[in-house]
Design a protein around this ligand. Structure first.
Ligand SMILES: C[S@@+](CC[C@H](N)C(=O)[O-])C[C@H]1O[C@@H](n2cnc3c(N)ncnc32)[C@H](O)[C@@H]1O
Length: 336
């Protein structure tokens, strides 16, 4: 297991779990300079990391229970059916999850690995500490003897932290989380993943497949999705002393067919001056102006696999649901 860092808080309980905060200043995780830069772009943009404070993490859990949010249920069903196959394909590995959230679906994998290979340890990386505590509870409720290590930090910081854990490894990224990344963010993640893994290690990724507009727009326009988007502004208010009034914004989530992605925006419903005190930054928003808060890329398995191959990962196998809405792609690092 990784060492705790000096100056960081570890949460210990009666259970066998440990959550470490990386010794990285908060502003590196939620970087004010980057926020100012993205809010100055055209269109204005906020990184989707701002969805995930404590409130946002709770809202994401609630989103997963919304009828129209097929992603969670579909991925869970694929895991329920194929977790054993996945465990048999990789053999015994150390499990490391990026952006674990509450790890509810991961319990299916943990269970399969425990049965097939006597899994003893699991590490989860997430930007939000409170969701890692729920992940620990979920995981330990099905596998009370497992060693759970939670790492509070960005994907990159977490990957550097778990680099020296036992090999071989299976890196996991579920929930179509990879689909939220812009190209430069995805490239950075895959480069970090490659350098933290060794030849022969595995990478299991959940991806949402391209599909018709109606189903996509229903998934991202339900009540919880609307609330979660507006709460990004609340996050900016408490963290940076911004003056966003959520009632002066309207949620919008649309299918951009040309770019094969959903895009969520907040539209200003009036002319207004936004000030962000702690960043000493202000800007005028016009009525009707949009702020891009999240992208959700929708892909094809072959395109995704080709992209991964440019980073040294070769597809081993993939599993989908009957309607081919969603896929879990297992690949292996062949070229480090
Ligand atoms: C779309 S949710 C998926 C959660 C979970 N894997 C699932 O499938 O239900 C993305 C998760 O990644 C975390 N996250 C987002 N950006 C992150 C970053 N840059 N570094 C680390 N974690 C991040 C969020 O806190 C959230 O728990």
């Amino acid at each position: 297991m990784a060492q705790d860092h000096p100056g960081t808080a570890a949460v210990a309980t009666g259970n066998k779990y440990e959550i470490i905060g990386l010794d990285v200043p908060e502003e590196t995780l939620f970087n004010g300079d980057l926020l100012v830069a993205s809010l100055s772009e055209s269109p204005r943009r906020v990184n989707s990391i701002y969805y995930y404070d404590d409130t946002g993490s709770l809202l994401f859990e609630r989103l997963c229970t919304e009828k129209t949010y097929y992603l969670f249920r579909t991925e869970r069903d694929i895991l329920a059916e194929y977790a054993k196959d996945i465990a048999e394909t990789t053999g015994s590995v150390f499990l490391v999850e990026l952006g674990s959230g509450n790890a509810e679906k991961t319990t299916l994998l943990i269970d399969a690995y425990a049965r097939s290979h006597g899994l003893t340890s699991y590490a989860a990386v997430d930007i939000n500490r409170s969701i890692l505590e729920r992940a620990a509870e979920n995981i330990l409720s099905v596998s009370p003897d497992l060693n759970f290590l939670g790492v509070v930090g960005t994907y990159q910081a977490g990957l550097a932290e778990v680099k020296n854990l036992a090999a071989p490894k299976l890196l996991i990224c579920l929930g179509s989380t990879i689909g939220n990344m812009h190209n430069d963010e995805l490239d950075n993640l895959l480069l970090s993943a490659r350098s933290s893994l060794t030849h022969g290690d595995y990478f299991l990724v959940g991806i949402d497949l391209d599909k018709e507009t109606t189903m996509l727009e229903a998934a991202y326009n339900n009540q919880t999705a609307i609330l979660a988007n507006l709460c990004v502004l609340q996050h900016l208010n408490w963290r940076f002393g911004a003056n966003f009034q959520i009632f002066q914004f309207r949620h919008l989530s649309v299918h951009n067919k040309d770019l094969h992605r959903m895009e969520s925006y907040l539209e200003s419903t009036q002319n207004q001056l936004i000030t962000i005190d702690k960043l000493q930054f202000s800007f005028d928003l016009s009525k009707g102006e949009l702020i891009l808060t999240e992208i959700m890329n929708k892909v094809k398995v072959c395109d995704f696999s080709n992209m991964l191959s440019q980073f040294g990962f070769r597809r081993v196998q993939h599993w989908t649901d009957l309607q081919e809405r969603y896929a879990l792609v297992l690949c292996r690092l062949v070229d480090s």
